[in-house]
Design a protein around this ligand. Sequence first.
Ligand SMILES: CC(C)(COP(=O)(O)OP(=O)(O)OC[C@H]1O[C@@H](n2cnc3c(N)ncnc32)[C@H](O)[C@@H]1OP(=O)(O)O)[C@@H](O)C(=O)NCCC(=O)NCCS
Length: 137
Amino acid sequence: MDIKIFHEITNEEFLEVIESVGFKTYSNDQVTKALKNTMYMVKVEADGKLAGIGRVVGDYSIVCCLSDVCVKPEFQKKGIGLVIINELKKMIEDGVKEGEKMQIELTPTAGNEGFYQKAGFKYKPEKITGMYLWIKK
Ligand SMILES: CC(C)(COP(=O)(O)OP(=O)(O)OC[C@H]1O[C@@H](n2cnc3c(N)ncnc32)[C@H](O)[C@@H]1OP(=O)(O)O)[C@@H](O)C(=O)NCCC(=O)NCCS
């Protein structure tokens, strides 16, 4: 497989990938705003086809969060998820200055903890359990 990494995602690509894995969908306006305010984003094409995306949101200093890491079902289990995470980690690392530290947080969907552990993330449910809340209007 010919894997290519890009650092731009269009609204259409974003929606195509998140909808392919059954994530909630959003209006075009919301996606435009979300991508504009994203710290780092990655899109992967496999053999010229859109395969997956991932992005990082945060304060550029102390904390950031992985979001929307998704690989289209037909491209899963081929190493593309790891390509996305590794590229995002590299971009984050490049932004951390000598002597400083920054935490990368994420809220894995159930069953995907092992994937993130393979990508180097710590999973210690006895110490830290992720939580979340949707605000809907
Ligand atoms: C989670 C997801 C991004 C993984 O992407 P992927 O391309 O299938 O993962 P990879 O092929 O890069 O897997 C890398 C490694 O993690 C392992 N892995 C993948 N999914 C795993 C899982 N659910 N549990 C444990 N290990 C897993 C693979 O076996 C592989 O291990 P190996 O290197 O020893 O062979 C993908 O399954 C996905 O998009 N799921 C739906 C959306 C989602 O839930 N995203 C996470 C949001 S928090």
